[in-house]
Design a protein around this ligand. Structure first.
Ligand code: FES
Length: 166
């Protein structure tokens, strides 16, 4: 039986190292490609799952009697689920605004300062104006807005607004 021919590169560089046969460059590249493919596929599946899952936006819910919410005052409630702290602010006699209380920086609970007319996040001194837009501190995104309406003397939550509000 003839001896297998030694490749030219092995003849020119006859130095061997321990473990050089454990994994070839080609196998290593194959593993790398497989791992990259698996990461790409899992990323695609995660984004597909995120786009298909139902986002809780809330249902029509009575929050508080308007007469129990003084002008300039606030009212805490949960919306759209019991785990979602939210806040109402009565800006004018017939104008009530609703927001999620979750700070858009790291999720601490913001509170309303009627004296200063803004929302404050005590965690890292983040501040939001009356429209929920960040005005100071680390938050860069506005508070999630909750659509509210006044019907027959009652303040109702209609749903969480999707996307950034103007
Ligand atoms: Fe609100 Fe950091 S969590 S400012």
């Amino acid at each position: 039986m003839p001896e297998p021919e030694v490749p030219i590169w092995q003849r020119d560089f006859p130095i061997t190292a321990a473990g050089e046969d454990d994994i070839t460059r080609r196998e290593f590249t194959r593993y790398l490609v497989l791992a990259s493919g698996a990461f790409a596929a899992s990323g695609a599946l995660m984004s597909l799952w995120a786009s298909l899952r139902k986002v809780e936006t809330g249902t029509l819910t009575a929050i508080v009697e308007l007469e129990d919410l003084p002008v300039g005052g606030s009212h805490l409630f949960s919306y759209p689920s019991p785990r979602d702290p939210a806040i109402l602010v009565r800006v004018e006699p017939q104008l009530v605004l609703g927001f999620s209380q979750k700070c858009t920086h790291l999720g601490c609970v913001v509170f309303w300062s009627g004296e200063d007319q803004h929302f404050e996040c005590p965690c890292h001194e983040g501040f939001f104006n009356l429209e929920g837009r960040p005005i100071a501190g680390p938050p860069e995104r506005p508070l999630a807005r909750i659509e509210v309406d006044i019907r027959d003397g009652m303040v109702w939550a209609l749903g969480v607004e999707q996307g950034p509000h103007a």
